[in-house]
Design a protein. Sequence first.
Length: 514
Amino acid sequence: MASQEETFKKMVAHCKEYGFVFPSSDIYDGLAAVYDYGQNGVELKNNIKKYWWDSMTLLHENVVGIDASIFMHPTVWKASGHVDAFNDPLIDNRDSKKRYRADVLIEDHLAKFDEKINKECDKAAKRFGDKFDREMFVQTNPRVVEYAKKRDEIHARFVKALEANDLAELKQIIIDCEIVCPISGTRNWTDVRQFNLMFSTEVGSTADGATKIYLRPETAQGIFVNYMNVQKTGRMKIPFGICQIGKAFRNEIVARQFIFRMREFEQMEMQFFVRPGEEMKWFEYWKEFRLRWHKALGLGDEKYRFHDHDKLAHYANAATDIEFEMPFGFKEVEGIHSRTDFDLSSHEKYCGKNIKYFDPELNQSYTPYVIETSIGVDRMFLSILCAAYEEQPLEGGDSRVVLHLPAVLAPVKVCVMPLVKKDGLPEKAREIMDDLKFDFRCSYDEKDSIGKRYRRQDAIGTPFCVTVDHDSLNDNCVTIRHRDSMQQQRIPIADLRGILANELDARQLLRKLL
Ligand code: GAP
């Protein structure tokens, strides 16, 4: 069986081969950590965005959307703390000349202890069979206890160093743990330094005095600076939310794992404005709602977990990540943060205007507290593809690559195929497609054997194929083939639209969230 790593590599190649994701500027050999979405990728991405947008704005009458610009007044980033504190701790290996994030090196090292513990557990589970008690084994097996002890000791030092912003201690942990550079294999490290992740550029010509501005590193600030505009023009009453989907940019040093960490990426963020003191209630509400949103897709409940932050960002008083089990371990897909009144208070101070909310029920003005949900579209895309990709052995030694995408998100919903390219079958197939295309994204395929055509659709995750054969001309029936079960059903053409509408009904997905 292929290892997770090999399967991941094949999935990345599959994404390119089938028009999901291409390296940016591919004909110039790409640009590190920047990717383009192809004809199927963009459809999947748009469907993810629609699912998110609808779940926010249709299901919550107190959540509305905006679309703010990428360029913002430079003081925004001073007020938000990004100019001074949006840094990563970096370390260079002198032999390979490669640069790493010190915290990532340590986190990877910590993850190895968990891998070792899991391996011991797997071995013991095989030995003891049904009698195996994992919890007891983890608490009593000397080797496992030793691994856990070491991990916890390093973890405690790591958290303390992060909280104190102690760069020398981060380096010392790397030295003490004997962490080597994956390229050179040596421990010849430089000191750890802070590195700001924002991209900057200039507006205006130099002669007129150009101004340095930043490409936004998060979409959230566009919401904060518009909060008053939306509240007043929309007559919004607290609690209310503003959501936004848009590009963000970060000069990431560790660019790894395909579209997991990019320099240009897209976020779906929502800021929910609440009364001070009520933030924890809403933090819990959004945590649970967001997890339901993920799980409703049916990719496997066991693939998600919450991970509370060891070190809170400068603006937060509570924060958790929703992690998804990628082939390279559990990784953050979404962050849910209780951002206090940090951003609004800071903007009020820097802009010098009153942006407090007048609460008519309390007859009082205050700066709202904010709960934020922030998810990367690209990471969500990656998690779906990782869960959906399967190299499936079939009876008779055959195999297929299939994407088990949730039908609502699939780029193409239906492929209509005439069995042969003659005898009036293409015309009949076109007629069917012309009727369906107003409701569903359809494709038409008449080339190659029907088996090959099914495989092509399996590879892009098309949930339904509809085949028109000679009998269809007389009985007005077609064969509908289901992607996952590969089962085929004969149905009247007149029923086709109704059956598809039912199977592809986004409302069923949204209903699961309530
Ligand atoms: N406004 C809060 C914020 O930006 P974050 O945890 O830095 O918080 C939120 O980012 C989400 O954005 C992450 O959970 C992740 O899905 C996505 N994200 C962040 N950096 C990314 C990157 N370099 N490439 C792709 N997605 C990224």
